[in-house]
Design a protein around this ligand. Sequence first.
Ligand SMILES: Nc1ncnc2c1ncn2[C@@H]1O[C@H](COP(=O)(O)OP(=O)(O)OP(=O)(O)O)[C@@H](O)[C@H]1O
Length: 287
Amino acid sequence: MSASAIEVSCLTKTFPGGKTALDDVGLSVAPGEMVALIGASGSGKSTLLRHIAGLVEADGRKGCEISVLGRAMQRDGRIARDARAIRSAIGMVFQQFNLVGRLSVLTNVLTGHLGRMPRWRGALALFTEDEKRAALEAMRRVGIDSHALHRGNDLSGGQQQRAAIARTLVQGAEVLIADEPIASLDPHSAQRVMDILAALNAEDGITVLVSLHQVDYALRYCPRTVALRDGRIVYDGPSAALTPDFLSELYGAESRELLLPSLDRGEAEAPMPRPRAEPVALREAVA
Ligand SMILES: Nc1ncnc2c1ncn2[C@@H]1O[C@H](COP(=O)(O)OP(=O)(O)OP(=O)(O)O)[C@@H](O)[C@H]1O
């Protein structure tokens, strides 16, 4: 096994037009870690995650390297030729779920197999009984098996996000990159999705890097947080250190954006997830 699940060195990204979205970012995530990436809107979270997934090329600076599971995803601003193969071990979950709404939930989850089956079989959607069993098992684990034959569009946001997570399980992802997976969800659904990510991390040893708008979820679910501000890492350490005072030191007025209203004493009460020392077992999370 490689020393790092994710390794990023000297990553700088300047978009056409001159915006420097990431400025000399370095990051190392060990296998089996669950790490939160926080930052106000525009701080560079999505851009960083998309670079790790090999979807965006970094600036062509010498020494810039991103590797996943010990394989170079990009180097000196060039995405590796075998990026697709490396990506097959990376599960991606986005804020907008990315399901095909007109297809059944089962078919959506089955597409997690596509990277490992002959293209012709994928094109004809000819899945084996074993592949269907694996998809149903993944759906059972995230608590959506009873919706297998519903259309993706007919599920709630939280259920769609759980289907997207089931697809990464079917894919056999060893690293899960989740870009604001709970940003569109109500607090109850958000908590359920985070419970599932934590359970996959604890039970399956899947490395999770999850970007979050609100630090409360990082405190509750992720032992470690990386904090971005204006494209730079301003903190990388135990989440427990991120008190409102420390956040305000790091972010100034922007820190209000990172706190749920219940922690921000100046605003109305809102439901906040209760702290829990250990991630719940998956079965409990979906009960
Ligand atoms: N394709 C692009 N072209 C030009 N600028 C971009 C592009 N993508 C992102 N940016 C800029 O880069 C900066 C970082 O954006 P990014 O989406 O990574 O931030 P973020 O922390 O994920 O924000 P949010 O929480 O709002 O999603 C922003 O200023 C954004 O406007």
